[in-house]
Ligand binder design. Structure first.
Ligand SMILES: *Cc1c(COP(=O)(O)O)cnc(C)c1O
Length: 369
């Protein structure tokens, strides 16, 4: 049996989780108290306020869902979709594909469009989908596709979606806290994220936010939300002033998120995005110096997720194993189409530092030579 007291720390440079600040780990160990205790309700209020800042929104319906990023995805989908509703899902990697699956399970009538892995969608692609298969109630898209390292520009897509009278649902699990995510400026109607990527908090909560139009869609439903646990009509009555018991909030996870958000806002959003860009450029120079090439389009590379193709004849899994065993560094392998052919190196939150960039570049150099 493993003694968890002996778990060795790693440098977490994969697609998540990322390194966690000691202040966040310390917050996890604070006293567990009741979910209706006034002190805990203050924690929740602070989290809502800080999430509004990080999402750059004034949306009243902003909270942390109990569950990982995928629970955030499911929350946004099941609250906006009623059986038979038409939804357009944009798939350019694993997470767009997952969204299609979630939407179909919720009973949506899904139209899915593809972009080649590593590429992004254009406004014209979305317009063509509306012309051929619309109208849609909801359009779902991934901002930062963690399986390919590509950053999807949201504003031009948002214009098309809103001109057509639809709601825009965006996955910002990997982008939030590491690059600009402007929920109000980009007119996003439902947005979800996760704690374990650029917010640098252990996995376990999913920040979500709904616009006024998103809230109206929720209020105007003819049927109950398909998931009892993720029903925002009920969950919001606990996060709001009614404080109605729904499920017991994961108390200590919320402490951790509270501390992680304080760290994000103390650093400042713009400074944090700049740090991610700087470390990305340093890593990119190092990786290209080793002859590795990026998978995502040069104009759309994510700062926090660097997906590169594995050199011919190199056993990618064996390299990752040596990185972990000999250097204590975790990176990710390829998913889906890129399985066995790629490495995914994360620079998320606490892991976006010169120390991490140096360590992974020199360890890879040693192993590859
Ligand atoms: C990690 C990730 C998810 C899923 O989050 P989990 O915390 O693993 O449930 C969803 N979307 C994207 C883009 C991700 O990177």
């Amino acid at each position: 049996m493993i003694d968890t007291a002996e778990i060795r720390p790693r440098m977490l440079m994969g697609p998540g989780p990322s390194d966690v600040h000691p202040r966040v780990l310390a917050a996890l160990a604070r006293p567990t108290i009741g979910h209706l205790d006034g002190q805990f309700l203050e924690v929740l209020n602070d989290i809502r306020d800080m999430l509004q800042s990080v999402f750059q929104t004034t949306n009243a319906l902003t909270l942390a869902v109990s569950g990982t990023g995928s629970a955030g995805m499911e929350t946004c989908v099941v609250n906006l979709i009623e059986p038979g509703d038409k939804m357009l899902v944009c798939m350019a990697g694993v997470f767009g594909t997952r969204m299609k699956d979630v939407a179909e399970r919720a009973g949506a009538d899904v139209t899915a469009i593809d972009a080649a892995w590593g590429k992004v969608f254009t406004a014209d692609d979305i317009r063509a989908a509306f012309d051929q298969h619309g109208p849609f109630k909801v359009v779902g898209i991934v901002h930062a596709e963690t399986s390919t390292g590509a950053a999807q520009p949201i504003p031009p897509i948002s214009d098309v979606v809103h001109d057509a009278g639809a709601l825009l649902l965006v996955d910002t699990v990997t982008s939030l806290g590491g690059m600009d995510v402007d929920v109000d400026g980009w007119r996003i109607d439902a947005c979800y994220s996760g704690t374990q990527k650029c917010l640098s908090c252990p996995p376990g909560l999913a920040p979500v936010t709904f616009s006024a139009a998103g809230e109206r869609a929720l209020a105007n439903r003819a049927s109950k939300v398909q998931s009892w646990y993720l029903d925002m009509n009920m969950v919001r009555k606990y996060w709001g002033s009614e404080r109605l018991y729904h499920h017991t909030a994961p108390i200590n996870m919320n402490y951790a998120l509270h501390e992680a958000l304080r760290l994000v806002l103390d650093e400042g959003l713009a400074a944090r995005w700049q740090r991610h860009r700087d470390q990305h450029l340093a890593l990119k120079a190092g990786l290209e110096g080793l002859g590795l090439s990026y998978l995502a389009d040069p104009d759309h590379q994510l700062p926090m997720l660097n997906a590169v193709s594995t050199p011919d004849g190199v056993d990618e899994a064996a390299v990752r194993k040596r990185l972990l065993d000999e250097f204590g560094i975790e990176i990710g392998g390829g998913l889906g189409e890129f399985k066995g052919k790629a490495w995914r190196i994360g620079l998320m939150g606490e892991s976006a530092t010169p120390r991490h960039v140096q360590a992974v570049t020199s360890a890879l150099k040693t192993i590859l030579s």
